[in-house]
Structure formats: C-alpha cells, structure tokens
Design a protein around this ligand. Structure first.
Ligand code: SF4
Ligand code: SF4
Length: 343
C-alpha cells in the first residue's frame, strides 16, 4: 500500500468519508475569488478581503511555511427529511447548525490524522488544520482532489454523498502524490437551485452574492436585515438550506454520518414564540456547543421577530408589542416593530 493509500485509510477510520491530495499551489478559481471580492459580493464579511487573507488564498505557504500538500477531507452530516416543513408556529434552522459545532469535531479528527501521518512516516509533521478558520479556497482544493464538483449552488457536491458535507483541510509539509479531479460530474442543464433560491443570490459563475443570501443575512450580518429581504426569510431563523434541499444530488438516503450522532441533533423547527421568549442564559444553554451561538442572542431574536411577522402568529402579538416598546437593543426593537406591521 502506498503512503497516500495508508493516509486515506486512516482518514476513513477517523470518520472522514472523502480524502484527497493537492499540491499546495494556487487554486484554479483564485481569479474568480478576486472578481467576487472586487464586485463586493462578500457583503460585510471583511475578513474575506483582508490583504493577508487574499495572499494566503493565493499561496497556502503563507499559512504554513514549507507547505507541500493540501489534504482535503469531508464528512457528511445528518439532515432532517426534506418533507418536513415548519408549521405556522415554528421556525427553521439549517441542518448543519443543529449539531455539535463542526469546527471542533472536524478539527479534533484532523489533528488525529496529522498524528497518524507522523507515525506512518516516522518523522515530525509540520501541519495546520483549517475548518473555516483560515483563508483557504477549500472547495477548489476539494474539487481538484476529486472529492466532488463545485455545483451551481456553490456547494462542493459528491456523487456519493451529495452536498450535506463538512469540509476540512490539513496543510502539511509532506509531498504527496496529487489526486485527479473528477471528469464526469456536473450540474449539466439543471438550474433547480437557481430557480428555488428565494432571493436570486446564486450567480452565473457558481458563486453566491452574500448580500442577497438568506444564510449570510441571518447568520453573519449584524444590524438590521434589509426590509426587502425580510418577507423572503419566511420562518428561517438561522441559515437557509433551500438550494441544497432542492438539489437532485441530495435526494438519496444518507447511509452514514460517522462523526455526528442523529440522536444528538436539535429540533430543526423550534417553537417561534418560545424561542423568542428565551432569556440570554437559556439561549446560550440550549444552543451551547452548536454553530447557532455565532448569531448571538440579539441576532437570534432579530431573526425570530422577522419570522413571527412573516408567520403572523396571533399568540405572539403581546410579546412583539412588549419588545417593540421596551427592548433595549435597537435592531431587535425595530425588527419587532416591523413584525407587528405585517399583521
Ligand atoms: S442559501 Fe438560500 S438564499 Fe442563499 S443561495 Fe442558497 S437558496 Fe439562496
Ligand atoms: S440543483 Fe441542479 S444546478 Fe443546482 S447544484 Fe443541484 S444539480 Fe446543480
């Protein structure tokens, strides 16, 4: 067995289902990334456009001096049946966020893989694990390493596992034989995700205009959500899965989610009014160790207020009125006022 095959076998035993190698060269969509920045499609995620981030995406050795190989890793996460829709009193949370925080879970597994590689080579290994934590064009490397293709909805999509995947990169100073990209996978003439996207955020070059994306607006965006997008949020309170749920590549049953236990998954459709009434301590406790904490308590309440306005839930009127009059946070207060105006 070659060293590459041994490393892949170790990756599988640690809970990754896909593993591939690339030389630590500039990824092929680097120019497209620069165009995306130039066009302002990163919205106010300024960290995407910082000079050191732009440099590191050009050259992974800026992140790990001496980097020779980018190891791309992927593992699937469990997704609720897509027939489930929220009732009028329920919100929707994106599937990935209902689980223990993938940053920590994947980082721990990739660190173990680095240890295994050092044992296999009997040499110290300089390495860096990146799980959305460093400026790496991760989908580009994953596509080049044959894990899948960058689909029209911008997700890395595997023939076997669809796009419900977490990605992770292990940068190493070890030269490894690169894998080949897939040649027979593509979206062909399908445009279902583009047609289903409520805000038409999917651009022709398979990137996303974050300024229009409900996932970005409900998670990353601080401050008021632009009024034009509020009705389009519907009852989403954290993230948006629409362009993945609709994808034919995601219609197969999921056979394996080795790093995530379905029984630990939180309710994808929590009660809106109960969620709105959570104290900050309750919010932090209920969503401890999940990606939902990223939106912070005020952002969560902002989103729920908008969802309540879209659901026009009569039982929530008193709580919204109280919030509209007395809430100290101006963004949440204004969201509640907007919600009441929708009744
Ligand atoms: S996540 Fe939602 S809003 Fe964003 S591109 Fe996909 S369907 Fe559109
Ligand atoms: S819905 Fe169709 S076009 Fe969109 S990502 Fe899936 S296969 Fe590609």
């Amino acid at each position: 067995m070659s060293l590459e095959d041994l490393i892949k076998a170790e990756a599988l035993s640690l809970g990754f289902v896909l593993c591939g190698f690339n030389r630590a060269d500039t990824p092929p969509h680097y120019e497209a990334y620069l165009d995306w920045i130039e066009a302002g499609h990163y919205a106010d995620m300024d960290y995407m456009a910082r000079p050191n981030a732009v440099e590191a995406r050009y050259d992974p050795a800026k992140l790990l001096p001496g980097c020779r190989t980018v190891i791309s890793l992927a593992t699937p996460y469990p997704v609720p049946a897509n027939t489930q829709k929220p009732q009028q009193n329920q919100g929707s949370i994106a599937a990935y966020a209902l689980l223990p925080d993938y940053h920590q879970v994947l980082k721990a597994a990739a660190e173990l893989l680095a240890q295994k590689i050092a044992q296999l080579t009997d040499q110290p290994l300089k390495h860096l694990v990146c799980v959305d934590t460093a400026p790496v064009l991760e989908k580009d490397y994953a596509q080049q390493a044959g894990l899948g293709w960058i689909a029209r909805n911008s997700c890395l999509t595997s023939q076997t596992y669809g796009s419900w995947l977490f990605l992770c990169e292990l940068l190493v100073d070890l030269p490894l034989m690169p894998d080949q990209p897939l040649t027979n996978s593509d979206c062909a003439d399908c445009h279902r995700c583009q047609m289903a996207c409520p805000t038409k955020a999917i651009l022709p070059n398979r990137s996303i205009d974050a300024r229009r994306c409900l996932s970005y607006l409900s998670i990353e965006h601080r401050g008021p959500i632009p009024v034009a997008f509020r009705p389009l949020l519907g009852q989403r309170i954290f993230g948006c899965d629409t362009c993945q749920t609709i994808c034919p590549s995601n219609q197969k049953p999921q056979n394996t989610t080795p790093l995530f236990v379905i029984s630990e998954r939180l309710d994808p459709h929590p009660d809106l009014l109960q969620s709105f009434l959570l104290t900050e301590a309750d919010f932090k406790s209920r969503y401890a160790h999940t990606p939902i904490l990223r939106v912070k308590y005020q952002g969560f309440r902002r989103n729920i207020a908008i969802a309540l306005g879209n659901a026009r839930l009569e039982a929530a009127r008193p709580a919204l009125s109280d919030c509209a009059a007395n809430e100290p946070d101006a963004v949440v207060r204004e969201a509640a006022q907007w919600a009441l105006s929708q009744y």
